[in-house]
Write a protein that binds this ligand. Structure first.
Ligand code: ADP
Ligand code: MG
Ligand code: MG
Length: 888
């Protein structure tokens, strides 16, 4: 029989799929002997059944009541017992942490009778009513669907009425009144009463947590974090402990290290006399954890010991939630904590040094996306004066954008292409769309563990929080700081690394990590970070099997790629060599009416191209340079058809004869017009129908090789034919290539040998790769075109047209142009690799699409058995790191 409920004493951290991350870790802490309030977990399996059928799974309520009875017996009190109630929290907790996205209901078991019992048993009447009003509010909004803001309004009015600065200014009588008002509100809005039966409260709370899996903000968060939609959440039912019992009680959150920099030491926020959610919600200002040492040294030391135990046990940075009830410490949650990219490298390096993990495990814990983030520029703050305000550096990086004051405006402006900074007092999960849309988030309240900070770090967004000097006025869409008023639309520069905000757009400077890649220099103020990066790069290079090349078309890019560790060029596009001032030559070639005219035009292009190739071969001396023959349709080198027609019409209207050249051009443009140029006359097709074009390019390559060889160099050019469908095409082009190579060898007396290979970028080529390999000395997957032709997506159109709808509807989790589609395109890759190698065992195989620099795709290419990936120069370090991780 399926089992849906596990006591905390039965689970463990390896059961996260079934128990959710929170449940698994509560069980783990219980096992470690840490003080965890007892409870049990309802599995994600139960949630999945409920979401699929709309009904409670068979036997669930029976299992829950058995576990509840066990809890009650151990506690010696019953749930909601009128004279001394056992109270419970009902907490969501999915496989992957989704901070604050789903619901949690506290103080379940209170009703009109047991609130009196709680007042008596605790000797604290205010506390009892405070807990009851929290339950009615949470239950009313989460379970019964009343808008949470309505409760807030009632509370705000009451506070104003009593002249109370915050919730501590309300006494027991006020809170009792509030409970009545809340109950009335619920009745008004739902026609139902707040349920008095504790068992009914529990049952409905559990189902509401199940349902919260599908609330809008949770779905958005999952999409953003690429978390599957079908996992469901577990529900943790746990004995309540109380941080709101008085000044000797409180709640807090803490990290075992600084999650921004990775530096060791306890970091966190504490809020005396408060129940859990108050800390992150920013209801009142928290104090730093260090303050707890003064307030309650015994609990503080105990907390420190537990945190050390956790870090050693998990061998990683942990974050925790805790509550102190009348001087007694309780651990309510832990997980391996989110961190910035900088912290990820620093922590991994340090844990390796401490011997807690080995070098390979260290490498597993850093990643290409984080590395890419560290290569971003930062602000040069030397010449821009004092910041407008300072706050807590919650998520690093530098961002410039226009100030906006609510999520909707952020979304609106970002959709129109504007860069924005979302400015809020504090953020809530409802601000998520705005945070996604913004370059940076700035809040006036909350610490490193506030909602804004946690979510921004997770998304890699710049964030400064708790900038207390600024006074945010969302209604009038502005904030005040000192004497200055900053209106909506004003440009701000947010420095998430330093925790500062500047007026205007501050100039940017390169990052230390980028400088290291550029120059090898490891010194400077970020030496420790650079050292950590360097060490994992070396480790990755030591273990990776995949080679890493770059896509580069100029000597400058080639040189940079080489400094970044590229082991050659996987794709040298030649199209830019036909643009700019050379365009008239290309035009002349296209317009040529006689062979002689065409040959003249080609002859003038030849030395220019040769010079380009010489420079690139020099920059990559000794390393392979894969040169792709001209790929785009020729008319891309001619003027735009409409523009040209308009120009001719205008000339006619003025009564002047259009020039013969313009008329010829228009003829050519009309002749060459294609409805679907991307599926038209391009790639190898061009080479087969435009006489002399292939020969000229190959000659330019071969002569460049001769030149480099004569200069004492070691040029390693490879010639790559694009857009092959069938082996016949390659055979024809191959013959011409070899003929020209032989000619140049003969003329120069230098033997020029270039491997000739092909791109595999059409499904037919992949499916007939065995045949093609008879002719091809190497393959390079052009996964951009292969994706576009496999899916039938025009990559220039679809992303704007309907990809966001497809992502919303979950057709795919991520654009197949960003991360390789393993199931479809990946299958073609697999077929081509297998059949290509069967025909030619020493076939060299690489990939040169954008996917070559995408971490997840790199792992796929490793598994698929490719020899190398090729990506843009700036992604080379990312690909090296990920290729190393893939090999572990
Ligand atoms: P989230 O996943 O949003 O962090 P939690 O389930 O952790 O939600 O609950 C939010 C807060 O409620 C916690 O930070 C904790 O302080 C408080 N809380 C949860 N369970 C208990 C409990 N058994 N006793 C006291 N407070 C609790
Ligand atoms: Mg929590
Ligand atoms: Mg292509």
């Amino acid at each position: 029989m399926v089992r849906y409920v596990y006591a905390f004493t039965e689970g463990g951290r390896d059961m996260a799929e079934l128990l959710g991350g929170k449940g698994a870790n509560l069980a783990e802490m219980t096992r470690m002997g840490l003080p965890v309030p007892p409870g049990f977990t309802v599995t994600t399996e139960a949630c999945r059944v409920f979401l699929a059928t709309g009904a409670e799974p068979d036997g669930l309520s029976q299992e829950i009541s058995e576990h509840l009875t066990a809890l009650e017996e151990a506690a010696g009190r019953r749930l909601g017992q009128p004279d001394d109630p056992l109270l419970l929290s009902v907490r969501s907790g999915a496989r992957f942490s989704m901070p604050g996205m789903m619901e949690t209901i506290l103080d379940v078991g209170l009703n009109d009778a047991s609130v009196q019992g709680l007042a008596k048993s605790s000797g604290n009447e205010r506390f009892a009513w405070d807990s009851y009003r929290r339950l009615v509010q949470m239950f009313g909004s989460t379970v019964m669907g009343v808008d949470g803001a309505l409760f807030e309004d009632v509370m705000t009015r009451l506070k104003q009425d009593r002249g109370a600065a915050d919730d501590l200014g309300l006494d027991a009588g006020d809170l009792a009144e509030l409970v009545e008002a809340y109950k009335e509100l619920i009745h008004q809005h739902t026609g139902d009463h707040f349920p008095q039966l504790p068992a009914e409260q529990l049952r409905r709370a559990v189902l509401a947590v199940f349902s919260s899996w599908n609330v809008e903000r949770a779905r958005l968060y999952r999409r953003r974090e690429h978390i599957p939609d079908d996992l469901g959440t577990a529900v943790n039912v746990q004995t309540m402990v109380f941080g709101n019992l008085g000044p000797d009680s409180g709640s807090g959150v803490a990290f075992t290290r600084d999650p921004a920099t990775g530096r060791p030491g306890l970091y966190g926020d504490y809020l005396p006399n408060a129940q859990g959610e108050d800390v992150v919600a920013g209801i009142r200002n928290t104090v730093p954890l260090a303050e707890l040492e003064r307030l309650d040294p015994t609990s503080y030391n105990e907390l420190r010991a537990h945190m050390r135990a956790l870090e050693e046990h998990y061998r990683d940075l942990c974050d925790i939630e805790f509550t102190i009830e009348r001087g007694r410490l309780w651990m309510l949650q832990t997980r391996v904590g989110k961190r910035t990219a900088e912290a990820a490298f620093a922590i991994a390096a340090e844990l390796v040094d401490e011997g807690l993990i080995d070098a390979d495990e260290g490498l597993r814990r850093v990643g290409g996306e984080g590395l890419a983030r560290l290569m971003f520029p930062r602000f040069d703050t030397s010449g821009i004066g004092e910041p407008l305000a300072r706050g807590i550096p919650a998520s690093p990086g530098a961002a410039v954008g226009a100030a906006v004051f609510d999520s909707a405006e952020a979304v609106r402006r970002a959709a129109a292409g504007e860069k924005v900074v979302l400015v809020r007092q504090e953020t809530t999960p409802d601000d998520l769309p705005g945070m996604v849309a913004a370059q940076a988030v700035l809040t006036s309240r909350g610490g490193k563990t506030s909602h804004a900070a946690v979510v921004a770090r997770g998304m890699g967004k710049v964030c400064v929080c708790g900038a207390e000097e600024i006074d945010v006025d969302p209604r009038r869409r502005r904030f005040m700081v000192g004497g200055t008023v900053v209106e909506e639309g004003a440009v701000l520069s947010v420095d998430g690394s330093a925790g500062a905000v500047y007026a205007g757009a501050a100039p940017l400077v390169d990052s230390a990590v980028m400088r290291y890649f550029e120059t090898g220099d490891r010194s400077g103020p970020s030496a420790e970070l650079v050292e950590a990066v360097a060490r994992f790069m070396e480790r990755a290079d030591g273990v990776r099997r995949l080679g890493v090349r770059a896509n580069a078309d100029t000597p400058e890019d080639a040189a940079r790629a080489r400094r970044f560790g590229a082991e050659g060029i996987g794709l040298c596009r030649t199209e830019h060599m036909f643009l700019g001032e050379r365009r008239p030559l290309v035009e002349a070639m296209i317009l040529a009416r006689t062979d002689a005219e065409r040959d003249r035009a080609l002859a003038r292009l030849l030395p220019l191209q040769r010079q380009d190739f010489t420079g690139i071969l020099e920059a990559m001396d000794g390393l392979p340079v894969t040169i792709r023959l001209l790929d785009p349709p020729l008319h891309e080198f001619l003027p735009d058809r409409t523009e040209l027609a308009v120009r001719l019409a205008a000339a006619q209207a003025r009564g002047t004869e259009p020039s013969a050249h313009d008329r010829e051009l228009l003829d050519a443009v009309n002749r060459m017009h294609e409805e679907n140029p991307m599926l038209g006359l391009r790639g190898v097709r061009l080479g087969l129908v435009a006489p002399g074009l292939v020969a000229m390019q190959v000659r330019a390559v071969a002569e460049a090789v001769v030149e480099r060889r004569r200069a004492g160099g070691d040029p390693r050019a490879e010639i790559m034919v694009p857009l092959i469908d069938t082996v016949e095409e390659l055979r024809l082009v191959g013959e011409e290539v070899r003929r020209v190579l032989a000619e140049v060898s003969e003329e120069s007396g230098v033997v020029v040998e270039c491997p000739v290979g092909t791109m595999i970028e059409l499904p037919r080529a992949a499916l007939t790769a065995g045949r093609i390999a008879e002719e091809a000395e190497f393959f390079s997957f052009g996964t951009n075109d292969l994706t576009q032709t496999t899916w039938g997506f025009s990559r220039d159109d679809v992303e704007a047209a309907f990809f966001s709808a497809y992502l919303d509807k979950g057709v795919f989790k991520v654009s197949p142009f960003e991360t390789i589609d393993r199931e479809g395109v990946g299958r073609l890759v697999g077929i081509a690799v297998a059949e290509g190698r069967a025909a030619r065992p020493d076939l060299k195989i690489g990939v040169c699409g954008e996917h070559g620099g995408d971490p997840e795709s790199v792992h796929f290419f490793h598994t698929a058995g490719l020899d190398y990936v090729s990506c843009s120069p700036f992604r080379v370090p990312v690909a090296r790191l990920e290729a190393g991780r893939a090999a572990l």
